[in-house]
Design a protein around this ligand. Structure first.
Ligand SMILES: [Zn+2]
Ligand SMILES: [Zn+2]
Length: 95
């Protein structure tokens, strides 16, 4: 029986989610509502940190990754973080 990579407790099939690196987590532990089913490939926080550029999903991950934050409204995803930060600064100054 797999254990959650976030909290270390055992997983039940119903509320677990698995990355293709074979790491498994509780949906709750990675910020996914238990009622929502994730279609397609889900990437665990560890894999997101390793290769953020290959990840186009907009799945929010709470707590585990601060380095990668999805921007739902941006059409050009994850190409350059610096531009994104500059945009944020501009928005703040405009306000
Ligand atoms: Zn867990
Ligand atoms: Zn993974």
């Amino acid at each position: 029986m797999p254990k959650c990579g976030a909290c270390g407790k055992f997983l039940s099939k119903a509320d677990s989610i698995r990355c293709n690196c074979s790491a498994a987590f509780h949906k709750a532990c990675v910020g996914i509502p238990e009622t929502s089913s994730v279609k397609g490939a889900w990437v665990c926080p560890g894999c997101k940190i390793k290769k953020p550029r290959e990840d186009n999903t907009s799945t929010p991950v709470k707590g585990l990754t601060d380095t990668y934050q999805s921007t739902p409204n941006s059409s050009n995803n994850s190409a350059d973080n610096t531009t994104e930060e500059l945009k944020v600064d501009l928005v703040l100054e405009i306000r």
